[in-house]
Design a protein around this ligand. Structure first.
Ligand code: ZN
Length: 265
């Protein structure tokens, strides 16, 4: 039972790889859009019919229908040159190569968006455990999800669909590069929705209680007295296993609360 629970937790944390691929998707080169770029994105609203006119079917499926592209299919996975990743729907600048990293997930991954004006974060309940959905703040287009296993300094992994973005080299559009750099120096922090943190904390706390109570029920409330007697054996050390696992999950829960409290300041 405990092993099953461990497997469940492990598979939930696998995150992106959990998503089902969509039907046949054509791998197309990213469209390079040249347009006058506003410093901050303005709100873009269109009907599905209007979106279908300007988006390719695979882009419409991801951006407007929250689809997921097949992993390892996006040409944006390999981008290393300096530049800006813009929303394929409304051209709003979202991420830069400066925060891109190789996550091994098969989807373009970043540890931070340009600023808090670039994306919105909301909780998505499509899978058993809630995940934090990333959408374009300007047009509301679905981009992907954000997870807590990214690199420093944010510890976040923005796992995005390449088909939902276009890449513009800095050398190709210096004006865009400059406006993005100005926004980037604003230093505004992105706060995670509380609901994206609480279920994980609750699950860790529940596992901690399960293991600690199993230890107590087996050894009595004075379980640590195991070490007090003269007849201490290796076998007794193994009995401490549930207590160690319980302590580990209790520490994980409190660490998540601490990280959330720091980010929300
Ligand atoms: Zn957009």
């Amino acid at each position: 039972m405990l092993r099953v629970l461990g497997l469940l937790i492990g598979s939930i944390s696998m995150s992106c790889a959990f998503q089902l691929p969509t039907s046949t998707q054509r791998i197309a080169a990213p469209i390079r859009v040249r347009a006058v770029t506003p410093l901050l994105a303005t709100k873009v609203e269109k009907t599905d019919a209007e979106w279908k006119e300007i988006l390719r079917p695979e882009q419409f499926n991801v951006l407007r229908k929250e689809g997921t592209e097949r992993p390892f299919t996006s040409p944006l996975n390999d981008v290393k040159e300096d530049g800006t990743f813009r929303c394929a729907g409304c051209a709003s600048p979202l991420f830069t190569t400066a925060t891109k990293f190789e996550s091994g997930s098969g989807w373009p991954s970043f540890y931070d968006p340009i600023d808090a004006e670039a994306v919105d974060l909301t909780v998505d309940y499509k899978l058993v455990m809630p995940r934090t959905e990333v959408t374009c703040k300007s047009c509301g287009g679905h981009l992907g999800h954000v997870f807590d296993d990214g690199p420093k300094p944010t510890g976040k992994r923005y796992c995005l669909n390449g088909v939902a973005m276009n890449f513009i080299l800095d050398t190709e559009d210096p004006a865009l590069a400059n406006s993005v750099m100005e926004r980037n120096t604003g230093g505004e922090r992105i706060n995670m929705p509380l609901m994206s943190v609480l279920p994980g904390v609750a699950l860790d706390a529940a596992v901690a209680v399960l293991f600690i109570s199993s230890f107590i029920s087996k050894n009595g409330s004075d379980g640590l007295a195991l070490f007090a007697g003269d007849g201490f054996e290796i076998g007794q050390l193994l009995e401490l296993g549930p207590l160690a696992i319980g302590a580990y999950y209790a520490a994980r829960a409190s660490q998540k609360i601490a990280i959330f409290a720091t980010k929300s300041e």
